[in-house]
Design a protein around this ligand. Structure first.
Ligand SMILES: *[C@@H]1O[C@H](CO)[C@@H](O)[C@H](O)[C@H]1NC(C)=O
Ligand SMILES: *[C@@H]1O[C@H](CO)[C@@H](O)[C@H](O)[C@H]1NC(C)=O
Ligand SMILES: *[C@@H]1O[C@H](CO)[C@@H](O)[C@H](O)[C@H]1NC(C)=O
Ligand SMILES: *[C@@H]1O[C@H](CO)[C@@H](O)[C@H](O)[C@H]1NC(C)=O
Length: 525
């Protein structure tokens, strides 16, 4: 009988209060536990077990190796059994493609040619890059403090320098250079999280994501230095959608230098991006000012290197991703001091519409590349503008031109369908359809329209249930399994259970004023 091995391995991943414990990287620790044709059908199995065994053994500390070896024995037994039982129906799994190197084709992968020829059949490199950036967006959820009983509710659980290490994502090879905050004073009451206790780290700010830059090794592998921005969205609660007022406002009204006064964006998104609060330590600069200055700084830091800017986000984070990527080009940050163009790409996951047709035209006209990935059953990408959108016949659009709700999606779409995955339960929960981990799972199994669902990487299907109840029961992966050990409570010296204090949170870098001046975003000295 096979053990519910994934449960055992997952239990290694619980968190130890604030000071995160180092644990094996996500890929190693969460490598698929099944042999071929096993608990997880559709997994690309070929010869992975041996590698996996090495990886797991290699990263575990000595004290863990004993207990792990029994898991491995169990794994081997399981695998042998499978080999014996093996029949022909799995034999058409992914043929090994000749290896392309990302360094040689990163411009195509970043959308230089609007992903022509890369989506159907799905290009393996593009698939793995999508998952890589999806992991960066997911990191925003995994790191966010949602607990309204926490003094630090609404902040990031980890310090900037240890961010990826704490999430088991060291192998991404990026360093977070800046956290992004936004003021919660705007009219999206279901989006922000506030502590029950008002005297907290910040009354009005919420952590919104981060800017990270690829380190030297990763840059060498990627063929360029990548400046990545990830924006936080909402996990499963979809109430914030109802808060969108379906009201478009010109981008130029918020000092974004757009020459078209009719390019408009949903006002809630624009508020989130541009509002600030002078009395708030973390949001006395708007999210916009924070992200633009940090990108400016990063560009200045690597004057002679090939650069790319990649912006990602899930759900509402995707709206911010599109808006900020657009702003980066509109502000001229996509051109280096010596006149080279820095490509700006958005990998958008489950995003709503952001603005009107004129906004879409401006975004695409500037050359921002947007790849929009979504589950066809998810309702969030259908808002705002459920009724009036780009699918309405042109004649009707003309008639509706004066109406305030004239929304349009931006960029190239990659539409997935969770019903294609044999792992997933046939639920009717809209939160599941919108879930980012589930979407990344769908990307992993996608090979093109009409093609069979076969997982192509070591990405663990158990991740789907991290914050949802979507996997079929017989995988024995508990729903909503991800939690912090003892909900972050630790024992102090007197033996009492308390919430640990955290190191002082970083505010804004001292040179932010200078950078704002250089960008022309402020005139006072
Ligand atoms: C299952 O594993 C065995 C041994 O590793 C291999 O010979 C067989 O081709 C695999 N089946 C599939 C469908 O990959
Ligand atoms: C880069 O910025 C300039 C100036 O804002 C803009 O005209 C151009 O279209 C942008 N994008 C590309 C890909 O060149
Ligand atoms: C609404 O959509 C039409 C058709 O795409 C477009 O021409 C028009 O400018 C849009 N109206 C507004 C107010 O943005
Ligand atoms: C699907 O989910 C429902 C509700 O949680 C559950 O009762 C059912 O057993 C699940 N089906 C499978 C195949 O896992």
């Amino acid at each position: 009988m096979a053990l519910p091995l994934s449960n055992l391995v997952l239990s290694l991943l619980t968190f130890n209060g604030y000071s995160c414990r180092m644990f094996p990287s996500r890929t190693a620790a969460l490598a698929p536990i099944s042999g071929n044709k096993s608990r997880f059908p559709g997994l690309d199995p070929a010869g992975e077990l041996a590698t996996r065994k090495m990886v797991i053994a290699g990263v575990l500390s000595k004290s863990n190796q004993d207990s792990m070896s029994s898991i491995l024995t169990e794994l081997e037994r399981e695998n042998v059994q499978q080999e014996e039982e093996d029949d022909a129906d799995d034999s058409d799994t992914t043929a090994k493609q000749p290896k392309k190197r990302i360094a040689d084709c990163w411009r195509e992968i970043q959308g230089q040619d609007d992903w022509a020829g890369l989506l159907d059949p799905m290009d393996p490199l593009l698939r793995s890059e999508l998952i890589r950036y999806g992991d960066m967006a997911q990191a925003c959820y995994d790191a966010f403090d949602f607990d309204s009983f926490s003094k630090y509710c609404g902040s990031c659980r980890f310090t900037r320098r240890k961010f990826f290490d704490c999430l088991g994502l060291t192998s991404l090879g990026y360093d977070v250079s800046r956290y992004l905050y936004s003021t919660a004073n705007i009219n999206l009451p279901n989006f922000f999280k506030k502590s029950r206790w008002p005297k907290v780290w910040s009354r009005n700010a919420n952590w919104m994501g981060y800017v990270a830059v690829s380190n030297d090794d990763t840059s060498a592998r990627l063929g360029r230095r990548d400046i990545a921005v990830a924006w936080r969205g909402t996990v499963t609660r979809l109430e914030w959608v109802a808060d969108l007022m379906d009201f478009l406002r010109p981008v130029s009204a918020d000092k974004i230098p757009c020459p078209d006064p009719n390019a408009k964006v949903e006002s809630g998104f624009l508020d989130l991006y541009t509002d600030k609060d002078d009395k708030c330590r973390f949001c006395k600069f708007s999210a916009r000012e924070q992200v633009l200055t940090e990108i400016k700084r990063s560009i200045q830091q690597y004057p002679n290197e090939e650069l790319s800017i990649t912006v990602t986000g899930h759900s509402l984070g995707s709206a911010l991703a599109i808006l900020s990527a657009y702003d980066i080009e509109e502000t001229g940050l996509n051109v280096t001091a010596d006149g080279r163009i820095i490509p700006v790409t958005v990998f958008s996951f489950s995003g709503p519409r952001v603005g009107n047709v004129r906004f879409k035209e401006r975004v695409e006209g500037l050359g921002v590349k947007v790849l929009r990935v979504f589950n066809v059953h998810d309702s969030v990408p259908k808002v705002p503008g459920i009724v009036f959108n780009e699918h309405v016949p042109e004649m009707v659009q003309k008639m509706l031109e004066w109406l305030p709700w004239n929304y349009s999606h931006v960029g190239v779409e990659l539409c997935l369908d969770h019903k294609k995955s044999p792992f997933l339960n046939d639920t009717s929960d809209p939160g599941c359809f919108h879930n980012l981990e589930a979407l990344l799972h769908l990307i992993d199994g996608y090979h093109g329209k009409g093609q069979r669902f076969v997982l192509s990487s070591r990405r663990d299907p158990a991740l789907v249930n991290k914050a949802s109840d979507f996997l079929k029961d017989h995988y024995l992966v508990p729903p909503y399994w991800r939690q912090h050990e003892n909900k972050g409570m630790v024992r102090n010296q007197e033996g009492r259970w308390v919430q640990p204090e955290r190191p002082k949170l970083e505010e804004h870098p001292p040179d932010i004023h200078l950078l704002l001046l250089q960008l022309g975003l402020t005139s006072d000295i």
